[in-house]
Design a protein around this ligand. Sequence first.
Ligand SMILES: [Zn+2]
Length: 129
Amino acid sequence: MEPMSTEPMGTRISKSLRAVMRKRCPACGKGRAFRAWGRFMPACDVCGRTFARLSGSSTGTMQVGSMATVLFAIVAWFVVRAVTDLSLDPALIVTMSASAIFGVWFFPYAKLIWEAVDYVIDSSDEGNQ
Ligand SMILES: [Zn+2]
């Protein structure tokens, strides 16, 4: 169903990242990826790509989400310490709360980033269905 791509890897990566930012299919960049918050469409309605077709895709999603949340927490910690004069405990509570909210907000992007990784790496896959 999904044609083998002849695009160079760099083109595929940048195209997929743009699609992720717009919550679109990483393969074609056009079809909607989600039917509701964090819930994939079964397949892209433009190119037919099946989403989350790998059995371990939730593990990849968790890894991407965890890494992004940790990076956010580190940056948030330094920002909170730099722009406020909160003592340690309140600063920790603010940082942890903001990081938890970020993690929830970022979840669909984590799913789609992992989907994009699958798409970019698995360029020669012909057994999509
Ligand atoms: Zn598509």
